[in-house]
Design a protein around this ligand. Structure first.
Ligand SMILES: [Zn+2]
Length: 320
């Protein structure tokens, strides 16, 4: 594979990757249609992708939401306000590593507000207490929904990774799919080995020496603390509009300053290997044959890219 061949550069150049800091007006629907909903500047990062891969980061943010008090969590099950330290940097590093390897970007959707103000990986009723936090919450999930839709319309299989951090086991990666439900399509179409075999995404990481829980073999159930939250429940492939979705909970050592680059490189390597084996579109992309039917299938949809960028621009006062 030659990641920098002129053909691939030309082919991939057709798909514009653009980092947009979403801000400004989000028009709400229905009963609220008369009111403008604003996502304060810099609180949501949306990078449209070329690859059929979506990276989401719900809990890595540090920012305040203007005029929004800290959540109290009254009556909320599994209330948490702790940041998943380093997950935003990890996601950016995985994105950069994928681009280096493949010459193309994944979708990257990062909530930059601190979890004490909004938790985008919870149902709306548990995710925010102030109406001023609702626009960010809604925009985050709308960005995921659009990314999934674009990938599905391109006709190939896609993968959504919801990136988190956990402090229970410093060297462990916990998998969360609601015990396989959120990757229903993958399992149905390609069998259980695509989910838990040595060539699966986590199987690749296990072979690299990572401790994955549950281990990559058929049978063991996921740890109840980390078995898949609101995002994989709502954007997983058991939903018509969803993609195969996996929540990954990285131990604190794996996100440490010293280890983060290595973790990101290994996750990107695993994604590349997974795409080659299990994603028809990704496999075509990896061959770097610009103009092949597969590559056209991936990049030919102007509608997809222009829509998410248009939506981002509508939501943005300006772009960086
Ligand atoms: Zn988290």
């Amino acid at each position: 594979m030659n990641a920098s061949s002129p053909d691939s550069v030309l082919g991939l150049g057709l798909a514009v990757a653009l980092i947009v800091l979403v801000m400004g007006t989000v028009k709400s629907r229905g009963a609220d249609a008369s009111r403008d909903r604003r996502v304060p500047e810099g609180l949501l990062l949306v990078q449209p992708g070329d690859l059929p891969i979506v990276l989401c980061v719900p809990h890595g943010g540090r920012a305040r939401i203007p005029d929004v008090p800290a959540r109290t969590g009254h009556g909320v099950a599994r209330f948490a306000t702790t940041r998943d330290d380093g997950t935003d940097a990890l996601a950016r590093a995985v994105s950069a590593e994928l681009e280096k390897r493949l010459g193309a970007k994944p979708y990257l959707i990062v909530a930059r507000a601190h979890r004490r103000y909004v938790d985008v990986n919870r149902p709306p009723a548990d995710g925010y207490e102030s109406e001023l936090a609702k626009p960010l919450y809604d925009a985050y999930h709308e960005a995921i929904r659009l990314a999934c839709q674009q990938i599905r319309r391109r006709g190939g299989r896609g993968l959504l990774l919801d990136l988190h951090g956990q402090s229970a086991e410093a060297e462990v990666i916990f998998r969360g799919t609601n015990n396989g439900k959120a990757v229903e399509r993958l399992r149905r179409e390609l069998g259980e080995t695509a989910f838990t075999g040595p060539q699966s995404l986590l199987g690749q990481l296990e072979q690299k020496g990572y401790r994955v829980v549950p281990p990559c073999r058929p049978g063991p159930r996921e740890d109840r603390r980390f078995n898949g939250g609101f995002t994989v429940q709502n954007h997983g492939s058991h939903r018509t509009e969803g993609l195969d979705a996996i929540q990954l909970e990285f131990g604190s050592q794996l996100r440490s300053r010293e280890r983060l680059a290595r973790t990101a490189a290994d996750v990107a390597m695993a994604l590349q290997a997974f795409a080659r084996k299990h994603m028809p579109v990704g496999g075509g992309l990896l061959r770097k044959s610009a103009g092949s039917p597969v590559t056209k299938g991936l990049h030919g949809s102007e509608t997809g890219d222009t829509r998410i960028e248009k939506r981002a621009r509508e939501n943005a006062g300006s772009e960086p």
